[in-house]
Design a protein around this ligand. Structure first.
Ligand code: PLP
Length: 405
């Protein structure tokens, strides 16, 4: 039971509108909605349900087998891709829950093949997506190991390569050659696959930045068509209403690019995305401190005037980044109240001196909108020197997620 007044509202209509917008921007390319890591902290089951209600056969990308098995229960007809592959003993569960595994290691092929044999699966009935390492040096088969892997695959008769994929490392860098280079390497691998008799139905690459970029979706579709396959894009962050910051020659744009290359398009469409998550709490106590008195650990906030301090039952154990101490702000009665002092484990104090009439029970918005004011995960990320992904994923599981229509 959750009784503490700290919660995150997840907007069903916004999630749906973002999904539809990304679909339109993707053009002919299919979308693989990335719902890994508990849907970037938004609650994977609720988000999967929303997308599956819109499109029962939607492609959904999850962290691994555990998350995939949970999603299967709410999305019985979806195509669920286990992005992190299977880890040995997970292979049986992957097959049981009809997950599509990303593979690149011989051991993953062996694990799936033996689980399939034990279950008496028919030849070619276990679909896998082959990940190619074109520059991330993380997941994916290195190009020089490809032929050995293909040989292993040819003896794993239960498996069929349904998809070929790669991951771009700098898709938000607009005028950088990196993505083009990576896609060139990907295409050369596709040539090799075809020559070895492997014809994937799906070819996928790119994330939110690729979908939002000017030429990204068309480029992927072109590649897919060349191999008689369907193209697929994999947006995550944008699904939750946040655009990556596009950059030009290593400089974050923030406004408009002087070069004009591809930049107006992503920035225009980015504004149509709507943040799905609002993080809220309530004022639980109030006090007025006098000039010279301090608030919080190590007395880093010191009052210079009679100061009204509101106490909030939320702290870094809820995922509120401690770097927002004395720097962040929150919304109360439609106005910004600065964080006063250090954020504690379970508690935070804010300065509401300039906001008349604040009372115990007033709603406080950590991320979200009140009237004309808005605080985003980007605002938190900038103060915490990180990215909105981490801000959203770090909202602790003890913060209840509430779906809102
Ligand atoms: C997480 C992930 C994505 C989604 O990236 P966003 O930047 O959130 O759009 C796409 N592809 C792969 C392989 C990923 O791991």
């Amino acid at each position: 039971m959750t009784t503490r007044p700290v919660w995150a509202e997840i907007s069903r209509p916004r999630l749906l509108e973002n999904y539809r917008l990304l679909h339109r921007l993707g053009g002919e390319a299919e979308l693989l909605a990335i719902i890994k890591a508990n849907a970037y902290g938004h609650g994977v089951l609720d988000c999967a349900e929303v997308i599956a209600a819109e499109n029962p056969r939607a492609w959904l990308g999850v962290t691994g087998v555990e998350e995939g098995a949970a999603v299967r229960a709410v999305a019985p007809h979806a195509n669920i891709l286990a992005m992190g592959s299977v880890w040995q003993s997970e292979a049986d569960a992957a097959i049981e829950h009809r997950l599509t595994s990303v593979i690149w290691e011989p051991s993953q092929i062996d694990a799936l093949q033996s689980a399939a044999t034990a279950r008496g699966c028919s030849p070619g009935s276990i679909q896998v997506h082959l990940e190619i390492d074109t520059g991330m040096s993380r997941q994916g088969v290195r190009i020089e190991c490809l032929s050995a892997l293909i040989e292993r695959l040819s003896s794993a008769t239960a498996l069929r390569v349904e998809g070929a994929m790669t991951h771009l490392h700098s898709p938000e860098a607009l005028d950088c050659r990196a993505s083009t280079d990576q896609l060139e390497r990907f295409v050369s691998v596709l040539d090799t696959l075809i020559s070895l008799g492997i014809r994937p139905d799906w070819v996928h690459a790119g994330n939110s930045a690729t979908v939002l970029s000017d030429g990204g979706p068309a480029m992927l579709t072109r590649i897919a068509i060349e191999y008689n396959a369907k193209g697929m894009l994999r947006p995550g962050l944008s699904l939750y209403g946040y655009a990556p910051r596009f950059s030009s020659a290593g400089v974050s744009l923030g406004g408009f690019s002087s070069s004009g290359f591809s930049s107006t398009e992503p920035l225009t469409t980015s504004h149509l995305l709507q943040p799905v998550l609002s993080w809220k709490t309530k004022v639980v106590s109030l006090r007025t401190i006098q000039p010279g008195e301090s608030a919080g650990y190590n007395a880093t906030f010191r009052a210079t005037r009679p100061t009204r301090i509101a106490l909030l039952p939320v702290g870094y154990a809820d995922g509120l980044n401690r770097l927002l101490s004395n720097r962040g702000s929150m919304l109360v009665r439609g106005q910004r109240a600065p964080v006063a002092g250090r954020i504690s484990m379970d508690l935070t104090t804010i300065d509401v001196t300039d906001i008349p009439g604040v009372e115990i029970g007033d709603e406080v918005t950590l991320i979200g909108e009140q009237g004309r004011e808005r605080i985003t995960a980007w605002d938190h990320a900038d103060l915490a020197r990180t990215i909105p992904y981490e801000i959203l994923c770090n909202i602790a599981s003890r913060v209840q997620r509430v779906m809102k229509d």
